[in-house]
Design a protein around this ligand. Structure first.
Ligand code: NAP
Length: 334
């Protein structure tokens, strides 16, 4: 294996505002020797996540930042090509934090085996991976939707949003998606069977929320934050639940994050707003994964993966998330 070259992206500096290629060092190094307890995994697909932008920042968060000079953290799926860990054999396919590189060499902490015969590999990074788990637990545990309620999802055409909206439909809710552009909005209705869609780029969001949610919003699943959060807060139904899954509109801010000005709507409507971190639900991933696989098999759930080829395109491909250039789960084919 020592003859193999490993292409890697390391974090070179902490970005201010949007990240760019200059924030990473690209290098090609020989693959090292596998030590006792370690595995060598050939990455096949990497998950590109808005959270990666947060991992590049210094400061306290739900997970430690990536250190300057370290391989950029990324979840991936790949094949074990050498193993000195009895739990993994050569030829096993695994999912774990494999990093933005061709080969992961290290202890497989938190790695799980996956079966490429049951689903295509990228699906283990979308509906059957952390994306699906985020949608499932944020909606069902925090949002607690009931049949007949109105659920609004921001970032609805994205990875988490598109799955969350479909789960809300399975649970018998009226689902309204907020997304950027007519094409995305139309396919939310045509392909994913949402009940309505709001194009935040071309519509007056307040008027559109009034049109789509005449009885108010019972559950708001927020991936975006900022002005969209404020607009939906002004339309809450009594006892509404606001799920703070993410705030992508704020991740590249050079100044302080913009908080919700309309938060007193929570008081008026006896509503609640709750933050969510997917890893808190890790103990229940297996059971949720089974249910998700069942919905996929029965056709009740569609998993959309947006695959871009080439590890070398990593910085530019990551930034697609912040420009709305992905539809469904953005995955990098190594
Ligand atoms: P994604 O939605 O697939 O991709 C990001 C999407 O956000 C883009 O396609 C774009 O869609 C939209 N967007 C980007 N900038 C925007 C802006 N300024 N204003 C409005 N919309 C904007 O990404 P994802 O992986 O599913 O993640 C969605 C959210 O969930 C993120 O906030 C992420 O951090 C969060 N998340 C949280 C957890 C957790 O444990 N808390 C776990 C996973 C993900 P449009 O074309 O519609 O603008």
């Amino acid at each position: 294996m020592t003859a193999q070259t490993n292409r890697q992206f390391l974090l070179a500096r902490r970005p201010v505002g949007a990240a760019s290629r200059e924030d990473f060092t690209y290098q090609q190094v020989p693959v090292g020797e596998v030590a006792e307890g370690q595995v060598l995994v050939k990455n096949e697909y990497l998950s590109l996540d808005p959270a990666m932008r947060g991992w590049m920042n210094e400061g306290k968060s739900y997970i430690a930042p990536v250190n300057i000079g370290d391989v950029m953290r990324a979840l991936g799926v790949g094949k074990v090509v050498e193993s000195k860990d009895p739990k993994f054999a050569v030829g096993d396919y695994v999912q774990g934090a494999t990093g933005v590189q061709d080969y992961f060499l290290g202890k497989p902490v938190g790695f799980n085996k996956i079966n490429p015969e049951l689903a295509p590999l990228p699906r283990y990074l979308s509906a059957l991976g952390m994306t699906g788990m985020s949608a499932y637990f944020a909606l069902l545990e925090v949002g607690q939707p009931k049949s007949g309620e109105t659920v609004v999802i921001s970032g609805a055409a994205g990875a988490v949003g598109s799955v969350a909206g479909q789960i809300a439909k399975i649970k018998g809710c009226r689902v309204i998606g907020i997304a950027g552009g007519k094409e995305k909005c139309q396919s939310l209705i045509d392909e994913l069977h949402f009940d309505g869609a709001i194009d935040y780029k071309s519509e007056d969001i307040h008027a559109a929320l009034k049109r789509e949610c005449p009885q108010g919003v019972d559950v708001f699943f927020d991936n975006v934050g900022g002005d969209i959060l404020d607009a939906v807060l002004s339309r809450l139904a009594p006892k509404a639940r606001v799920v703070i899954c993410g705030a992508i509109s704020q991740y590249n801010n050079k100044e302080a994050i913009k908080g919700p000005a309309n938060y007193l709507s929570l008081l008026v409507n006896r509503a609640r707003m709750e933050g969510f971190v997917v890893m808190d639900h890790a103990a229940n991933f297996a059971a949720a994964g089974k249910e998700m696989a069942g919905w996929l098999a029965s056709g009740q759930l569609t998993s959309k993966e947006h695959v871009v080829e080439g590890l070398e395109t990593f910085p530019e491909t990551l930034m697609k998330l912040f420009k709305g250039e992905n539809f469904g789960k953005l995955v990098l084919k190594v």
